[in-house]
Write a protein that binds this ligand. Structure first.
Ligand SMILES: [Mg+2]
Length: 333
């Protein structure tokens, strides 16, 4: 009897709490579906609750070519605690090897196997579906994609080589294309042009079964710190417009890389914490994969953007930068 009364009291209490939470969410936004993000107060608790950390790179590890304060010490501490570290980036302009060099230049001890760029994801996806080795891949994008396709043993054409090509529109002009292209991969491309759009469009529209793969659909990227620049989504959007097809996206927030990582390392997704600076790619990627999520404010998202009533993407936790793992740890000791 006593315990029944206790249960009823708890249930009433829970209901009251739920109602006040619901009211708070309704008053702040019609879109908020998850509880609001909490400031990270106990880093040790979060660290102890997972076995793997997936880090986005730009805005988390570095900003452009500058390392963010405290990163080496933080990564060392996590390794000492036996955590698996993985670095995931939507930037497809570099291969894993090329990213490895960037980590090295910045003085970070990260091996190639720990790096997952969307250039690699495109090649890994083709491998996962046994894309025929006698078919070709047409690439709209930069060197990173070509390098990864080559490593995976796929034949390709396009890429930077088509950057200077122009179309001369004479009466009756018809552009030839390779009928053996079985996939078009589109990523961020600083040398994007009409030749590439038309070539990719012909392959997708006219080659039966030709795949349309996007490394990412990021709206903007940070080529310089002075402004936001049109991102990979702009190149992908051009092909969507001309083919009237939607691509298969292999980068964040699609879960392909997450599934790949979980399989490769045999990790349970609930044992992963995704750390990133972007809500619509990193945090969504973590949530889509069923991971814990931590937003850092050292990149493109500010606290006011996170708390804007129109933002519906709420990470589990947020903090200023990953080295807070060290100071928040010290504070709780
Ligand atoms: Mg980032």
């Amino acid at each position: 009897m006593l315990s029944r009364v206790g249960t009823v009291a708890v249930t009433k209490k829970k209901k009251k709490k739920r109602n006040s939470n619901t009211r708070r969410m309704e008053s702040s936004s019609n879109f908020v579906a998850r509880a609001s993000a909490q400031p990270l107060k106990n880093a040790d608790q979060l660290i102890d609750s997972v076995e793997t950390f997936i880090f986005d790179c730009d805005g988390v590890i570095w900003k452009g070519d500058k390392l963010i304060d405290g990163v080496p010490e933080t990564l060392d501490m996590l390794r000492t605690k036996g955590k698996r570290l993985v670095f995931v980036t939507n930037n497809s302009t570099k291969s894993r090897k090329q990213y490895g060099k960037k980590f090295e230049t910045l003085g970070l001890n990260v091996c190639e196997e720990e790096i997952f760029a969307s250039s690699f994801a495109a090649a890994a996806y083709l491998k996962s579906i046994d894309f025929p080795k006698d078919k070709k891949v047409y690439v709209i994008g930069e060197d990173g994609i070509l390098k990864e396709l080559e490593l995976a043993g796929f034949q390709y054409l396009g890429g930077p080589e088509d950057g200077g090509k122009k179309i001369e529109l004479k009466p009756g002009f018809l552009m030839e294309h390779d009928h053996n292209v079985g996939a078009v991969v589109v990523g961020f491309d600083r040398y994007f042009n009409y030749y590439k759009v038309q070539y990719g469009t012909l392959c997708i529209r006219e080659n039966p079964g030709c795949l349309f793969i996007a490394t990412n659909r990021d709206a903007v990227t940070h080529l310089t710190d002075a402004q936001e620049w049109a991102g990979g989504g702009s190149m992908v959007g051009a092909l969507c417009g001309s083919t009237q097809r939607e691509p298969l996206v292999v980068g964040k927030p699609s879960t392909f890389m997450m599934d790949y990582l979980a399989n490769k390392f045999g990790i349970q997704k609930s044992q992963i914490c995704m750390v990133g600076d972007r809500l619509d790619t990193d945090i969504l990627f973590g949530q889509n994969g069923g991971c814990k999520t931590l937003l850092v404010l050292s990149g493109v998202t500010s606290l006011s953007m996170l708390q804007n009533p129109n933002n519906s993407i709420q990470p589990d936790f947020y903090t200023n930068k990953i080295s807070d793992f060290l100071s928040l740890k010290a504070a709780t000791v």
